[in-house]
Design a protein around this ligand. Structure first.
Ligand code: NOJ
Length: 520
């Protein structure tokens, strides 16, 4: 094993696990998960076999957008813990071979951030230019036609100073002005501060959005409608994806590489175009990992998934490490989106995720086929969901056991979001069952580690006729049956190592409906 593989580029062939901290484990009985809860479950995560965890936002925040509205980039949210707990988490994770990534939100702050409070005080405030302010359009009204994530105007009128400020998300999340050099210096310090504390890297929120068009031009009408933007019929040509953002990533990459082992930059790169996705890797001098949203939003069928995988791999620059994920706190959980609660499909999805080359990112609960929860409107906590998809559905507490509070919080405490039903069972039940989804997921991750750790395995399509997707990845052959009918095992694939269906399944030596298998 070369040093770069094992220690340097440890994410090659690795599995990351997104912990939505508020919903993982509550140790102080306030109904919200906390850092001490994550520490408590590090043994579980090491047992599961992941290589690193990404913590959803941990910095102080008024929580209008649950931590994605940061009021202090150098702190820890008091509801989640304190800096000592964060240091403990990093050290105890490291002792178990687990890396910790934090969520960094550089596109916008909270209106409660001291920078914005100063900036809003007057037009010539010291921090005024940290944000994007603009005069009304010549005829009055918002400066341009950009819309925010709720579909409303992205401009908020600020009466006291007579200008609008920009917010691509909630009006309590003013966008930072990356054309202001001081913003770069601030974030370089922030990034170093956390790297110095032993953080292994960042998931970078809205990485595609940092820079805006210098002239703030109107977005044109959309010509294609897809789930990756184009709200209100506009193509976000000028509001996001500006080429200048790449300079930021090059600067941060240089900082990340100055550490030993190098720190990891994983971008939330919300783009539908493979060329643009590839661009985030730069010339191996920008992000080391970029989330693949065309994969996230693919249909769960052999033809489309295999096409997305093939197109991704064909477009990424040589040596770039692809990222595969199917659930997160925004888009929902794949056991619902892809599998509609069908455990066979969830297992098949896990098998595909665990075998694709590069980095896989699981979301807490994926390993037990946790499904979305239909949170009634009165119990919803996400402000953004009032006008778009109810994101709370994928943020409900982890069901650790069968008790009334599912081992998530203390007896009698009401969790911040309601519990749902997980048909496949809670963690405790599944842990004891060698045929459970959890046991299967663990076996699939162990196989991934044995076969792919430290490398980006070579992928080759072997076939995708009639809903059967067969591919070679490194020394393995994977056959995935995306149909309701049994299928023959692929000829000459080698010895059967792992199959996604439970051991007592009736299909014998054929692939059952919605079953996948790995051979060597
Ligand atoms: C993407 C995050 O994943 C989402 O939860 C958040 O609302 C927006 N970025 C704004 O920060």
């Amino acid at each position: 094993m070369d040093l770069m593989g094992e220690e340097g580029r440890w994410w090659h062939g690795a599995a990351l696990y997104q912990v939505y901290v508020r919903s993982f484990l509550d140790t102080n009985g306030d109904g919200y998960g906390d850092l001490a809860g994550v520490i408590d479950r590090l043994d579980y995560l090491a047992w599961l076999g992941v290589d690193g965890i990404w913590l959803s936002p941990t910095m102080p925040s008024p929580d209008e957008d649950w931590g994605y509205d940061v009021s202090d980039y150098l702190g820890v949210h008091p509801e989640l813990g304190d800096m000592a707990a964060m240091d403990r988490l990093i050290a105890q994770a490291r002792a178990r071979g687990l890396r910790v990534l934090l969520d960094l939100v550089p596109n916008h702050t909270s209106t409660a951030h001291p920078w914005f409070i100063d900036a809003a005080a007057s037009k010539d405030a010291v921090f005024r230019d940290y944000y994007v302010w603009a005069d009304p359009a010549p005829g009055g009204g918002a400066p341009n036609n950009w819309v925010d994530a709720t579909g409303a105007s992205a401009w908020e009128w600020h009466e006291p100073t007579g200008q609008y400020y920009l917010h691509l998300f909630l009006d309590s999340q003013p966008d930072l002005n990356w054309r202001e050099p001081a913003v770069h210096r601030e974030f370089e310090q922030i990034v170093r501060f956390w790297f110095d504390r032993g953080v292994a890297g960042f998931r970078i929120d809205v990485a595609h959005g940092l820079y805006k068009d210098a002239k703030l031009r109107d977005n044109p009408p959309a010509t294609v409608i897809n789930p990756l933007g184009h709200r209100s019929g506009l193509e976000p040509k000028y509001s996001v994806n500006q080429p200048e953002s790449h300079g930021v990533f090059r600067d941060w990459r240089a900082i990340a590489e100055a550490y030993q082992p190098p720190r990891l930059l994983l971008g939330e790169t919300w783009v539908g175009d493979y060329g643009m996705l590839a661009g985030f890797y730069g010339d191996d001098d920008e992000l080391q990992l970029a989330f693949n949203f065309p994969f996230v939003f693919s249909m769960f069928e052999a033809a489309e998934l295999s096409t997305v995988v093939g197109d991704t791999l064909a477009t990424l620059p040589a040596g770039a490490c692809p990222v595969w994920t199917a659930s997160n706190h925004d888009v929902g959980r794949f056991p619902s989106r892809w599998a509609a609660g069908d455990e066979r499909k969830a297992r098949l999805a896990l098998l595909v995720l665990a075998t694709l080359p590069g980095t896989v990112v699981l979301y807490y609960g994926d390993e037990i086929a946790m499904t979305d929860v239909d949170v009634p409107p009165a119990l919803r906590r996400d402000a953004m969901s009032r006008r778009s998809a109810p994101r709370d559905r994928a943020r409900t507490p982890m069901p650790w056991d069968a008790s009334a509070t599912h081992g998530f919080t203390a007896d009698g405490v009401r969790p911040w979001l309601p519990f749902g039903e997980t048909a496949a069972g809670d963690v405790a039940a599944q842990r004891d069952d060698p045929d459970s989804v959890l046991s299967f997921c663990r076996a699939a991750l162990a196989l991934r580690r044995a076969e792919q750790r430290g490398q980006i395995a070579r992928y080759e399509l072997r076939g995708r006729a009639d809903g059967l997707w067969v591919y070679q990845v490194g020394d393995l052959v994977v056959a995935a049956n995306f149909t309701d009918a049994p299928a023959a095992m692929p000829a000459g694939a080698g010895a059967l190592l792992l199959r996604s269906a439970p051991k007592d399944h009736p299909d014998g030596d054929v692939l059952g409906p919605w079953e996948g298998a790995v051979f060597k």
